[in-house]
Design a protein around this ligand. Structure first.
Ligand SMILES: [Zn+2]
Ligand SMILES: [Zn+2]
Length: 306
């Protein structure tokens, strides 16, 4: 699962890099797809069905309520990813003092490049030559953003932003709600799509028919591709791994940040259940969970002694 996930992630990563020149046009593209879908579902098909009465009214009403609720969650998550900085390294960041050993990390000295990489307690302190600064654990340099990004997952063109420590949860919720919404739209437009191929008279204008056809094809395509992406990210969250780390560690069986599924999930979504499905965190979670700040990550208690 990990191996194939990593390979797939890398393909998506390359694809995103190839598309990065498109910039904020991608936001307009997303809004365009939403607009076409809204026109097809609400204005052409299920809005008019509200006047039908009886069972048609009930099903149209249910579909419209669900469609609008998911759309609000989708757009809220989407713009949270777009406008939330993934996390940058604070100026002059230094590794924290090792409390257990009661001494400062030797890397803080001037010759941090000479520290033996075999020392397990130091292996996560790295240096970025481009930014000329120390890298916190799980931080990576993004060539698109031109800076180091905390717990970088990938740079994605769809949100015109890096996905990292501070907006990864919002990105996952965006995937989740996009999958639900596109699946709902595909299922609810299927009868109209099939009617397109029947010989009978179709009681709508050619323009409405074309929009319905386009919306169906687009939503089906998004539902299928987002499903693959969502499955990959569920396996990544379960193992407490970023896309980049999954690619880098390859088949390594031990992973220092793997705390067990439940805790791995909480490291991304927070411990407060009321906030799991919305793109924000409770103040208490931000205070008690250092991982949400992106600089400090709990690792397996027995990791360093192995
Ligand atoms: Zn850097
Ligand atoms: Zn980036």
């Amino acid at each position: 699962m990990h191996r194939s996930g990593a390979t797939m992630a890398w393909n998506v990563f390359k694809f995103c890099t190839a598309l990065r020149g498109l910039g904020s046009i991608m936001i307009l593209l997303v809004l365009g797809v939403v607009g076409v879908t809204y026109y097809a579902v609400v204005l052409t098909n299920y809005g008019p069905a509200l006047y039908a009465g009886g069972l048609d009214f009930l099903s149209a009403f249910a579909i419209l309520i669900l469609f609008h609720s998911l759309l609000v969650m989708l757009l809220w998550s989407y713009f949270s990813v777009v406008f939330t900085d993934a996390g940058s390294v604070p100026p002059n960041w230094k590794p924290a003092v090792d409390e257990e050993r009661g001494e400062a990390d030797p890397l803080v000295g001037s010759d941090f490049n000479n520290v033996a990489p075999s020392d397990p307690s130091n292996q996560h302190i790295r240096f970025c030559r481009k930014c000329n600064q120390l890298k916190p654990p799980r931080c990576h340099h993004c060539s698109v953003c031109g800076r180091c990004v905390l717990k970088m997952d990938h740079h994605c063109v769809w949100v015109v932003n890096c996905v990292g420590a501070l907006n990864y949860k919002y990105f996952l919720l965006f995937l989740f709600y996009t999958f639900l919404e596109t699946t709902l739209v595909t299922a609810s437009l299927l009868p109209q799509f099939l009617a397109f191929f029947s010989d009978g008279e179709i009681p709508v204008t050619p323009g409405s028919l074309a929009t319905t056809f386009l919306a169906f094809v687009l939503n089906l395509a998004f539902a299928l591709s987002v499903m693959g992406f969502l499955i990959m990210h569920i396996s990544l969250v379960a193992a407490n791994t970023t896309t980049i780390e999954a690619y880098e560690k390859k088949t390594s069986p031990k992973w220092r940040y793997d705390l067990g599924r439940r805790k791995n999930f909480e490291q991304v979504f927070g411990m407060d259940k009321r906030y799991w499905f919305i793109p924000c965190y409770s103040e208490e979670d931000i205070r008690r969970m250092p991982a949400l700040q992106g600089l400090d990550y709990p690792s397996k208690p027995d990791f360093d002694s192995q």
